[in-house]
Design a protein around this ligand. Structure first.
Ligand SMILES: CC(C)(COP(=O)(O)OP(=O)(O)OC[C@H]1O[C@@H](n2cnc3c(N)ncnc32)[C@H](O)[C@@H]1OP(=O)(O)O)[C@@H](O)C(=O)NCCC(=O)NCCS
Length: 184
């Protein structure tokens, strides 16, 4: 138990995870990550992205009030993207989006750090009441990641995903801003 806690502290100190606004120069890298099978497997993206579709995504991102996306950096090295989609200001709600494209950074506790930062950003900066997430049934790492961060499973979208010649459930998770419940 003590060793496990020491390891986690080491991880926290070892990586300097920051978020930065996505710029034009980041688009090729993001496209290449998003096209990797190991990333597409866990997103709703079926077809491969190209420069045209990536530019269209970036234009819509700049115009949209519903998406707030960041490039994830370890020090100055880009490792993935994260942020919020379906941001609904009126209802103070948004869904979280997260992927680490550089596989050298998987399984090292960095996803945990990123999700904690996102929760803080969502609840404090955006003043959200609810943060949601949709997780594919076979994405066991994400189930672990989000449950560890105190997200609760609130629904199962039964057989709503067609992958690998079969139907899969999609789980809806959420976390509610504790500040709001304390004020009730
Ligand atoms: C999901 C993702 C961001 C997690 O990031 P990560 O840095 O690898 O996750 P962590 O190292 O913080 O691990 C989170 C938990 O999953 C577990 N885990 C991580 N890698 C694992 C593996 N290969 N096998 C089993 N469990 C694993 C860890 O044990 C950890 O739990 P613990 O702290 O209790 O040990 C990353 O795997 C990713 O980008 N996946 C592809 C895209 C994706 O699935 N996005 C989320 C869509 S909802």
């Amino acid at each position: 138990m003590v060793n496990r806690m020491k390891n986690k502290l080491k991880i926290k100190n070892q990586y300097k995870i920051n978020f930065k606004k996505i710029s034009n120069n980041d688009l090729k890298q993001i496209k290449d990550w998003r096209n990797l099978n190991k990333i597409r497997e866990f997103t709703y993206q079926y077809t491969l992205l190209n420069t045209k579709t990536q530019n269209a995504w970036y234009s819509s991102l700049k115009k949209s009030d519903e998406k707030i996306m960041f490039l994830i950096l370890n020090e100055s090295h880009p490792i993935g993207t994260c942020g919020f989609v379906h941001y609904d200001k009126l209802n103070k709600s948004a869904d979280v989006s997260i992927f680490i494209g550089d596989k050298n950074f998987h399984g090292k506790g960095i996803g945990t750090i990123i999700l904690q930062k996102l929760i803080k950003y969502g609840f404090i900066k955006l003043n959200l009441h609810r943060i949601g997430a949709e997780i594919f049934e076979y994405n066991l790492i994400s189930v672990k990641l989000f449950e560890k961060a105190s997200f609760k499973k609130e629904a199962t979208l039964r057989q709503s995903l067609w992958r690998h010649n079969k139907w899969w459930n999609v789980y809806v998770y959420s976390i509610i801003n504790p500040g709001f419940t304390h004020n009730l």
